[in-house]
Design a protein around this ligand. Structure first.
Ligand SMILES: Cc1cc2nc3c(=O)[nH]c(=O)nc-3n(C[C@H](O)[C@H](O)[C@H](O)COP(=O)(O)O)c2cc1C
Length: 485
């Protein structure tokens, strides 16, 4: 598994990996784009329509009330389509990302970014700063306001000056203000702490509508300085940056919109509720504040948004699968694949596949997997014959191979992700704990192999058979006409 994906991306695939516009063009040309021609209200209605289409073809809302710009959503909500954008079978996408991480670690400077002065992202510099001009939707019925949720934040580590990229939900509060969430453990939180200690603002660029590689790589956790370069290794080529107008932080040259801003030291405002990865509302609290200093855009931009649900589960799932695979496989070579299913919100539950595990391998995998991705609450280990993308097959393995007396690992008092309502939040509000569970659903060691022989049927090619739906032809002798009778 893995291997060979990096450095071979040329032409059209590489273009899609660096430019959202090329992704949309490819989707349209391959019949994989739905266009909503009817005007939609960005408040609730757009998300309501998207919800009904979720998981199918990505969607372009061509007419959005109150804004001249179309809105695009659903880029990642269907893994088969993501695979087609990467030019790979869907199962290979996490390995391509894991390869990108490995290649970046081995040769961090192989694809240095070019910093341009002019690029599509600053083709137009808005004369007025007014976030109301952008078609920023209100998604769920109880969301606290209009949210940017598909934008990559670029910030420099104040200690090193090196950039890092991450995604943050950002609620519009005024025409030039945003309040936003930083979860515990994020690099952006560390940078803001340093800037606040120094009493200075932290400049950022907010990049809406970036290519597939930076979009996915930005949610790879805990890589730190120069994480953006991982996207270059995934794309197999440098991804251009562009100088911002008002802040000393680069932006993505091919972004659809760039919002230049600074995080104000010491400022906090009410943020949320917001429809979160968990399927519940993230709660309101006093959170960090950004002041917008400039807005630039392409000449004909498309605004990018994501709906809480399948797209977010895949966004976090792909990166978690890549990060876990890279980390765990390095220590336990029996690991062949990792999947974070939608039932676990792509974030809290992992299924890890192993080939020919030895006694103790599954337990070791459970421990390493929890270490590799902190938000996980459940890890299931399955054998190589189990389809880890098929929830029924995984459940079947648990039902027929897992004996709780021998294969259950219970880890009380572990660090949990505070957005998940089952996690008990610490009194200081800075983290939370939860009991985690590991399930060894591999065939028990020493078991009689005959008892675990999986039923198999003859493999056939259905194309060779005349198979049709509908009423069966009448049997028996043909009916005689009355006259003849
Ligand atoms: C759609 C989406 C929205 C996200 N929103 C937030 C957010 O509001 N706050 C946050 O701290 N992390 C959020 N994340 C997760 C971080 O972007 C991600 O963990 C990232 O890797 C953090 O970077 P870091 O490890 O360098 O700090 C989001 C991820 C996705 C895919």
């Amino acid at each position: 598994m893995g291997g060979g994906a990096v450095g071979v991306r040329r032409g059209a695939v590489a273009a899609r990996l660096v430019d959202l516009g090329a992704c949309i063009d490819h989707l349209a040309a391959s019949g994989n784009l739905l266009r909503v021609r009817t005007e939609v209200d960005p408040k609730h209605e757009l998300a309501g329509v998207a919800r009904r289409l979720e998981g199918g073809k990505p969607v372009l809302f061509e007419r959005v009330r109150g804004s001249p710009y179309p809105v695009f959503t659903g880029l990642l909500w269907n893994r088969d389509i993501v695979g087609s954008l990467f030019g790979l079978p869907k199962e290979q996408v996490p390995f391509a990302i894991a390869d990108g991480i490995g290649s970046w670690r081995a040769r961090p400077d192989a694809y240095p970014a070019r910093l341009r002065d002019r690029a599509p992202a600053n083709e137009v510099v808005e004369d007025r700063i007014d976030l109301a001009r952008l078609p920023i939707p209100v998604h769920a019925l109880k969301d606290g306001g209009r949210y940017l949720d598909a934008s990559v934040v670029v910030a420099r580590n104040p200690e090193t000056g090196r950039p890092n990229i991450s995604i943050h939900r950002m609620m519009v509060t005024r025409k030039d203000r945003l309040t936003f969430l930083i979860d515990p453990g994020r690099h952006l939180g560390e940078y803001v702490e340093v800037a606040e200690r120094r009493g200075v603002p932290l400049p950022v660029t907010i990049n809406n509508g970036v290519g597939l590689a930076p979009w996915i790589v930005s949610s790879l956790p805990r890589l730190g300085d120069d994480k953006h370069l991982v996207a270059h290794h995934v794309a197999g080529r440098p991804i251009d940056l562009v100088r911002a107008q008002t802040v000393d932080v680069p932006a993505y040259a091919d972004a659809q919109f760039v919002i230049e801003a600074e995080i104000l030291p010491g400022a906090r405002e009410d943020e949320a509720p917001f429809a979160e990865v968990t399927g519940y509302y993230g709660g309101r609290d006093r959170r960090w504040v950004m002041r917008v200093k400039a807005i630039t855009r392409r000449a004909r931009p498309v605004f990018h948004t994501v709906l809480s649900g399948k797209e977010v589960w895949n966004a976090v799932g792909f990166t978690a699968e890549a990060a876990i695979f890279a980390a765990v496989r390095a220590r336990i070579p029996e690991v062949t694949a990792v999947h974070l299913p939608h039932g676990g919100c792509g974030f809290y539950a992992a299924v890890v596949q192993v080939r020919d595990p030895r006694p103790g391998t599954a337990r070791a995998v459970i421990g390493e997997t929890f270490r590799a991705f902190r938000s996980l609450q459940r890890v299931v280990v399955v054998d190589a014959d189990v389809d880890l993308f098929d929830a029924v097959d995984v459940d079947w393995a648990i039902t027929t191979r897992f004996d709780a007396g021998a294969g259950l690992v219970v880890l009380p008092g572990e660090e949990g992700h505070i957005l998940n309502p089952v996690v008990s939040v610490n009194p200081d509000g800075k983290g939370g704990t939860v009991t985690k569970v590991g399930i060894d659903a591999t065939v028990p060691h020493g078991a009689d192999p005959a008892r675990f022989e999986r039923v198999e049927f003859k493999r056939v090619d259905l194309a060779r058979y005349d198979i049709r739906a509908g009423r069966a032809p009448r049997r028996g002798p043909a009916r005689r006409s009355r006259r003849a009778g």
